[in-house]
Design a protein around this ligand. Structure first.
Ligand SMILES: NC(=O)c1ccc[n+]([C@@H]2O[C@H](COP(=O)([O-])OP(=O)(O)OC[C@H]3O[C@@H](n4cnc5c(N)ncnc54)[C@H](O)[C@@H]3O)[C@@H](O)[C@H]2O)c1
Length: 439
């Protein structure tokens, strides 16, 4: 049934008018450019295409292992949790809730879905579309509430598993409240390392601009820190990044309101960074001008602050420098050949191992960095990026047993089912069997 629902929904969402409707609806509640909003709908549409026909059935593929004697075998099953909860943030109003909701349903659970109420109209419309495509109304519940009410609901309803996507603060609270029955997709302080082999400077600068500033930096995968090998210093990369950042404008939302960090908070964070010896503003660093964005939101030019590597690692500075600012803000630093150890130490000490990029085509360099890091979604090669997260690869943190994933069959199976093994032992009992002595 879910294969059929997915096929119908994928077809409907693929109609140009429907794609356009959802892209514009996303833009109304989560400020991002039309292209970024459209990409979110297209990823969702492709995801639904991936689970047409028998693909949902195949998600629950089981296996059998022969036993020790006639009549015995063990069967391993992917088993649903039953009643489950899904909580999602404001920044991807369609993609995150839809992909997690369908994953939960595909694996046979009954989910209650709570999307951030600022943006939940998008999923409300999507659920109507799913109903039209055959989703039985009683298969899921949809609740609109604030965080506190949802917290109470979880404590009283006691779902067997809760998938939470959002900030680390709430993630840790829920992990404690729900006694560990959670899977988490939380904050990202995502790093990019530019290796020693300088090439394709224009392309790399463009990817840096997209990674750091698309959606005004409000992606959990946004580039938060750039470690640049000294060889790139004379390549003009930083000047190119500055120029690209200056193309962004409020009119088309290529830069725009920041929903959860105020302008003052971003300026204060920047000023605290600037107290660190040797640090400086590379570009941006000022509020946006000529706008009517209310003060409760942020409005900041795309900003990059340089902080020397040795200073980042100092214990007094590390926490400050690696604080996730959910806005158009990144830290840039430089390292020399003999400082790669320090870069890897910094990456190891960060506690949100979500996405990462190793920008190099030097296989030994890649091997060194990949072998000593842990981020769940890591791009490697000269075209490496930190953002993008299409439906065709795993997206999620690594290094934390509570870490969830989104998008692929592996992510769906891991998050939305548990392993169960039934050992059949139907006999016959051999005729020669005699009562053994006590053991
Ligand atoms: N890892 C990922 O895949 C991923 C994806 C997107 C965003 N994020 C992260 O999300 C954060 C930004 O989103 P946000 O500001 O909406 O996060 P948030 O944690 O404030 O809110 C997320 C959701 O949790 C709800 N919530 C808040 N308190 C709750 C409580 N006590 N009990 C139950 N639900 C509660 C909110 O209403 C919202 O729906 C960033 O840190 C970002 O990195 C992570």
């Amino acid at each position: 049934m879910y294969g059929d629902i997915s096929a119908k929904a994928a077809h409907m969402l693929g109609q140009p008018a429907v794609l356009d409707f959802f892209a514009k609806l996303i833009q109304r509640v989560s400020p991002k450019s039309y292209q970024q909003a459209l990409a979110e709908v297209q990823v969702s549409q492709k995801f639904l295409e991936n689970f047409c026909g028998d693909q949902v059935r195949f998600l629950a593929r089981s296996f059998a292992v022969p036993g020790n004697h006639l009549g015995q075998r063990s069967n391993g099953y992917r088993w649903p949790y039953g009643p489950v909860a899904i909580i999602t943030p404001f920044n991807f109003p369609l993609e995150i809730p839809l992909l997690q909701l369908m994953g939960a349903l595909y694996m046979g659970n009954k989910p209650v879905l709570k999307v951030d109420s600022k943006v939940s109209i998008v999923m409300e419309q999507m659920i109507r579309l799913l109903h039209d495509c055959g989703l039985p109304a009683e298969d899921m519940d949809f609740i609109n509430s604030d965080g506190a009410v949802m917290n109470k609901l979880l404590l009283e309803a006691n779902p067997k598993m809760t998938l939470f996507t959002g900030s680390s603060r709430v993630a840790e609270k829920l992990a404690a409240d729900l006694k560990g029955r959670v899977k988490l997709e939380d904050a990202g302080f995502d790093w990019k390392i530019l290796g020693p082999d300088v090439q394709e400077v224009d392309y790399v600068a463009w990817v840096c601009d997209q990674d750091a500033y698309a959606c005004s930096g409000q992606k959990c995968s946004a580039q938060s820190v750039l470690f640049m090998h000294k060889n790139w210093s004379s390549s003009g990369l930083l000047e190119k990044m500055k120029k690209l950042s200056e193309r962004r404008k409020l009119e088309d939302l290529t830069i725009g309101p920041v929903l959860t960090v105020t302008t003052e908070a971003m300026i204060e964070h920047m000023n605290n960074l600037l107290k660190i010896r040797g640090s400086k503003v590379l570009f941006g660093g000022e509020p946006l001008a000529n706008h009517s964005i209310p003060k409760i939101y942020g409005a900041m030019k795309p900003t990059a602050v340089f902080v020397p590597l040795e200073e980042i690692l100092k214990s007094g500075n590390f926490e400050l420098v690696t604080k996730e600012i959910f806005g158009p803000f990144q830290v840039v630093t430089e390292y020399s050949e003999d400082q790669l150890e320090l870069v890897l130490e910094a990456c190891e000490r960060m506690n949100a191992h979500l996405t990462a990029a190793v920008v190099s085509n030097d296989p030994l360099f890649l091997q060194d960095v990949l072998g000593r890091s842990v981020n769940g979604t890591t791009y490697a090669g000269i075209r490496a990026r930190t953002t993008g997260a299409p439906q065709n690869h795993w997206f999620g943190p690594a290094g934390d047993p509570r870490g969830a994933g989104i998008g692929t069959p592996e992510a769906i199976k891991l998050v939305w089912s548990c392993h169960r093994e039934v050992i059949y032992d139907v006999g016959p009992v051999p005729e020669s069997w005699a009562l053994p002595s006590a053991t």
